[in-house]
Design a protein around this ligand. Sequence first.
Ligand code: FES
Ligand SMILES: [Fe+2]
Length: 336
Amino acid sequence: MAVIDHWHPVLLSATLRREPKAVRVDGHDIVVFRTSSGSVAALDEVCPHRRMKLSLGCVVGDTVQCKYHGWTFAADGRGESPGTPKLHACATSYDARDDYGAVWVRRRGADTEFPQFDRTGYHPMGVLAHRIKAPLELVVDNFTEIEHTPTTHGIFGYPLELMPLVKVTFEATNTSVRTVNVGPSKPLPWILRKLVGIKPDDQFIDDWTTWFSPVYSRFDHEWGNPETGTRAKVGWRLFIVWTPVGPSETIATTFSYARSTYPGPSGGLRLFKWLMQRLLDREIGLDVAILEGLASHETGIEGMKLSRFDRSLGLNRDRIETVYRGHGAKRLSLAG
Ligand code: FES
Ligand SMILES: [Fe+2]
């Protein structure tokens, strides 16, 4: 198993129109294009003729045409040379699909499952992509602990002075790590409390699970009362998938959904979609800024002084090594 064997989102669907686009997954340079019939295709970026970038070419029918000498390549890689019609040329092709609002690729024919997002009861809010100049492990560290939320975030998370009251629990299987955090909410603008329907003694409940083929988490960000089980009127469900571009660059693609008990189609959220996506974009942008301030891109946790919120770091790394990178059968640490 190699990283490229897993499905990774590489582009927002809406940004792939008539022009081919260059993307990179774990160092593999790939051209993605949308054929005239609307389906997506992915090939090695390098033209087999004389190594031109295929992403500089154009789409002709169901093929991409190289800008240099006009050879064309279909979705399965089969190429044709206008000047030498009998010549057999083939480009390396990748599996490609257009799902959840993003274009995904993996090595052709790899034996991996496409991630299934459970969105039952949720309305789609949109998809965002953030490019972060940090390695995948360090990016996942940030998104899967809440100790940074008091100092980094505006809405999601907990106030710094009340962090000792935040309860955190971990559960792990061979293929997943779940973290649940419950504690006092940050002080929020009254308009947001009103719209989301947050009651004065509601807590912020941050419950997420990470899987490793590809590496992605489902986050439920909610306000509510953990004792009675009641929840505010609106809650977020995010799926964030991490695509390693190379050793020091990662794309976080966020598929955002929300539930609401307000009446009306889409739980009355249609009007607020734009605002909710702006808030989310800003919150994730704050994570990007903090990650780009890291003094080291060393991904090992040895030598770090870890806190009670950081247990997921080791649990995630074990599974990134075994499930995602396919590096041998390590004994996985399991949390009870
Ligand atoms: S380099 Fe692509 S057709 Fe010649
Ligand atoms: Fe964050």
